[in-house]
Design a protein around this ligand. Structure first.
Ligand SMILES: NC(=O)c1ccc[n+]([C@@H]2O[C@H](COP(=O)([O-])OP(=O)(O)OC[C@H]3O[C@@H](n4cnc5c(N)ncnc54)[C@H](OP(=O)(O)O)[C@@H]3O)[C@@H](O)[C@H]2O)c1
Length: 247
């Protein structure tokens, strides 16, 4: 699938993986719509790129999302790629005072429920294009949970499962191709607390893998260590869980 001269919406496009993807996609002649909660961050990001606009929107806020739908229909009816990249995570372990219910609720809001609302709302626009794509950014943790981010891993496993069903169903009667981008640990703000700065791969390499994934129509884009870890998980799920939780 060639991603040139397209209009692409990236949630969480003001930093990290989303921003690096925006850089590569605009360099290839695409227009990118950066969506995020922090106006100053997405505005600065959009201004640093050749062909990008910023739309302030909290994907968990229904009013914000309805305004976003209206703006897309009005101003960007040619939208053909949606990248569901915004994410939320809490670093904690289960236990009597963990507050897991509140944390899991917040993580599922951003990583799962908001993704399905945004995606469903944009299907009519995407469907109208000759070629369209949806990318859901999951995680290596969707295969085996790190018990230090337990409900984050649950939410990414749910997103992975949703992605499989969505791909299957949209392939029946639409031209919308559904991709899953599956990064390992990446060096971004998001992963600071879990050693991303020391051990994470550069976000630009994840963005490069996404572009290759589009080109090769590789629907499950297993970035860096993810491919090897997944193979190990399939051959030895218990060993993979232990590996994810060592140290
Ligand atoms: N870094 C890793 O190790 C790693 C590994 C595997 C998967 N991932 C996934 O990769 C994706 C991108 O993360 P990243 O590492 O690039 O981190 P990041 O730089 O922190 O980017 C996350 C972006 O999402 C935006 N965001 C968060 N909540 C939002 C909301 N409710 N509405 C709109 N935007 C929101 C944030 O901006 P605002 O705060 O301004 O809204 C931020 O720009 C996430 O889905 C994450 O789960 C990351």
């Amino acid at each position: 699938m060639k991603i040139i001269n397209k209009t692409i919406l990236i949630t969480g496009g003001g930093s990290g993986i989303g921003y690096e993807a925006a850089k590569l996609l605009t360099a290839d002649g695409n227009k990118v719509i950066l969506v995020g909660r922090t106006e100053s961050k997405i505005q600065a990001a959009a201004q640093s790129l050749a062909n990008a606009v910023a739309i302030q929107c909290d994907i968990n806020d229904e009013d914000d999302v309805n305004k976003l739908f209206a703006m897309i229909s009005e101003d960007y009816p040619e939208l053909s790629v949606l990248i569901n990249n915004a994410g939320a995570a809490f670093l904690y372990e289960h236990g009597e005072n963990a507050g897991a219910f509140q944390k899991a609720t917040a993580e599922f809001a951003t990583n799962y429920f908001s993704v399905i609302r945004l995606t469903e709302g944009l299907i009519p626009v995407l469907k109208a294009q000759p070629e369209a794509a949806i990318v859901n950014v999951t995680s290596i943790a969707a295969f085996a949970p790190g018990a230090y981010l337990p409900s984050y891993a649950d939410s990414k496993a749910a997103l992975r499962s949703y992605t499989l069903s969505l791909r299957h169903t949209l392939a029946k009667d639409t031209g919308i191709k559904v991709f899953e981008l599956i990064p390992p640990l990446v060096n971004t703000e998001f992963s600071k607390e879990i050693g991303g700065q020391q051990n994470g791969m550069p976000a630009i390499e994840v963005a490069e893998a996404l572009i290759r994934g589009f080109q090769n129509e590789e629907y499950e884009i297993q970035v860096g260590q993810t491919a090897e870890f997944r193979k190990y998980y399939l051959s030895d799920p218990e060993g993979a869980f232990v590996m994810m939780n060592q140290g």
